[in-house]
Design a protein around this ligand. Sequence first.
Ligand code: MLT
Length: 304
Amino acid sequence: MFKIQTLNKIDPIGLKNFPLDQYEIASEFATPDGIVVRSQKMHDMELPSSLKAIARAGAGVNNIPLEKCTDQGIVVFNTPGANAHAVKELVIAGMLLSSRGIAQSIEWAKTLIGKGDEVPALVEAGKKNYGGNEIRGKKLAVIGLGAIGVLIANAAQALGMEVIGYDPYISVKQAWKLSRNIKRAEGIEVLLSDADYVTINIPQTAETKGYINKDKLKMMKDGVRILNFARGGLINNADMNQALESGKVACYVTDFPDEEVLKMKNVIAIPHLGASTEESEQNCAIMAVNQVRDYLENGNIVNS
Ligand code: MLT
């Protein structure tokens, strides 16, 4: 019998029809064989010597102490693509939120409660403050052509946007195989120079920390809207703040609010909901447990 420990928010419902005859799944074991984790930071956790594998139910692995795992011979998996549709949908929603004054106008509409018969006239008078722009015909730059980036690019194209992609880690040739119908930029400067919207969808590593900084912001056109549903640390907050203050960036939509970000102007902050759909939580939980299971049973390593 293998013991798989689940840390925070691994959807037990997602696993209810899962054939786990040879497994015990619980949130606590003294000697787990595997751990499945969502966003909980594991850096300060003692990793028991029984532990052979950790699966991250999600794409990013920055909550897992990778070096410690390597030293202890623990294999680490993630679940690329399993939550990609959920993230894609929220990125598209983010573009619409930043372009149509949706959130602000909903708040304003609530202030009309109690105004009785005057409401229709007040709506007519007030709605002029919330006009916006269409995303159709606008240019979207997609940084990162992994599962999420490619889905965003395809969805945006279906909405009539002009999409241009770039991936700092895969060559143009590889990106071509993954995303045949996406026009690709040869370099970051070309990509950013005339995009109306920029979405960043790369992992946060030591190399990509602060990836969107003053140099990249300078390459962008005035009034650009930036969407970050990847990781907060990809953005240099001080540089972003300055770009928002000057109007260089018209809106920053982020799934990673912190005190600093929440104080910035023209920010739309969503509380890390990119992957939070029932469907994506189930997909991730099942894929993560499967990875651990396949490794424990057969020694197979996929997506480590
Ligand atoms: C991811 O890395 O895929 C997301 O952060 C998943 C999550 O929200 O847990």
